[in-house]
Design a protein around this ligand. Structure first.
Ligand code: DON
Length: 374
């Protein structure tokens, strides 16, 4: 039977035993709780209830002073509890994910709630996989609370459709390396820059390795206009000017680009994406120059494309979702026919030189990474 006396006297809960315990702690400090009579009583109570605790377990308990976990949210610094709590890290991860959205329409707007819930699912999947007592497991904290990782998680969120939890795996399931064209941007400490787009055209090109060479042959012939008006794999049409012929090079859309300001490298960019390459590079450059966005924000801008034929505007689904309905109506009043893709467009790995230093972004739409060295 519980020895603790509890009296309910005219609505007042009296906890005499607890009072004694608190008094003992106040008098002798934490040891009064973790060692001696109180510890014995606690351990005994646990054992009598079928548990396995000993007073020694309590005696060994140590409180630790830990470094807070740090993040930021829309210009505010966030300091919170580190592991063994998952709280601070998950909170920062969630804020990082949400930072990429406007959350218009108020705290209870369906879109706000949807984005919050989608972020939560992903964060708690990570919690289940990665978090534990840091004395025993290595929690990849830096990565989990990084903005870059949040951007990758965000890229897995469909703004109009809940992702079933069964399809969410902890961490970013590394995207398989894509088979298509690749763009990389490089800048060295002397200010030299390289924008390189390399391509076999379609996946695995021709699907043929020249025996004994290891060289995979491309199928760039598809970049020719086979006949006037006949679309190629990217829906591009052309005529005599791009007709195939002996010794001719097919037309490309590749746009590895370097921008200079006063003769010095300002920006290095480019992307894969076939016919959408040009419009993607346009979007990134316009984001930085016209809209004064950072390079990461410019690369994250949802993409929009038109290639004359077919006569339709193509957009990433995120574009539709990031514009309030009134703006869509305004856009459609111009008479555009819009077709949204559920897949993403391009992978514009880009670099921007800013007064604060060189900043780069690996487009979260694809597997890629930033590298810096001396
Ligand atoms: O040169 C071109 O325009 C095409 N061969 C590029 C193909 C491409 O970007 C495919 N990758 N997504």
């Amino acid at each position: 039977m519980q020895k603790t006396e509890r009296f309910l006297q005219s609505g007042l809960l009296v906890q005499r035993d607890l009072g004694d315990t608190l008094e003992a702690i106040a008098k002798s400090g934490a040891d009064a709780f973790y060692k001696g009579e109180i510890a014995e009583k606690i351990a005994r109570a646990v054992r009598e209830a079928g548990g396995v605790m000993t007073a020694d377990d309590l005696g060994k308990y140590k409180t630790e002073v830990l470094e807070v976990v740090r993040g930021s949210y829309r210009g505010y610094d966030v300091l919170s509890m580190p592991p063994p709590s998952s709280g601070g890290a998950l909170l920062i991860q969630l804020l990082n994910i949400l930072e990429g959205y406007e959350l218009e329409g108020g705290p209870n707007a369906p879109q706000t709630l949807h984005l919050m819930v989608e972020a939560m699912k992903r964060s708690y999947a990570d919690r289940a996989e990665f978090f534990g007592d840091p004395a025993f497991v290595k929690v990849p904290l830096d990565r989990l609370i990084s903005k870059d990782y949040a951007a990758r998680l965000r890229a897995t969120i469909n703004r109009s459709q809940a992702t079933p939890s069964s399809r969410i795996k902890a961490g970013i399931t590394p995207k398989k390396e894509s088979e298509n064209t690749t763009h990389y941007s490089v800048i060295d400490r002397h200010g030299n820059a390289v924008a390189a787009t390399v391509t076999l055209n379609l996946n695995f090109g021709l699907g043929l390795v020249a025996e004994g060479t290891g060289v995979l042959l491309n199928n760039e012939l598809d970049d020719f206009a086979l006949a006037p008006g006949v679309p190629n794999a990217f829906g591009l049409i052309g005529g005599a000017a791009n007709a195939p012929g002996p010794g001719k090079k097919p037309l490309s859309s590749m746009s590895p680009t370097i921008l200079l300001k006063d003769g010095k490298v300002f920006m290095v960019t480019g992307t894969p994406g076939g016919s959408t390459i040009i419009t993607t590079v346009l979007r990134v450059i316009s984001g930085v120059i016209d809209h004064k966005l950072g390079v990461a924000q410019a690369v994250l801008l949802p993409r929009i494309h038109h290639q004359w034929m077919p006569d339709e505007v193509r957009g990433e689904r995120a574009l539709e979702q990031s514009m309030p309905p009134a703006q869509w109506i305004a856009f459609e009043t111009y008479g555009h026919k819009v077709n949204f893709f559920n897949f993403t467009i391009g992978a514009a790995n880009s670099i921007l030189v800013t007064p604060e230093g060189i900043t780069g972004v690996s487009d979260p739409r694809y597997l890629g990474t930033l590298a810096a060295g001396h």
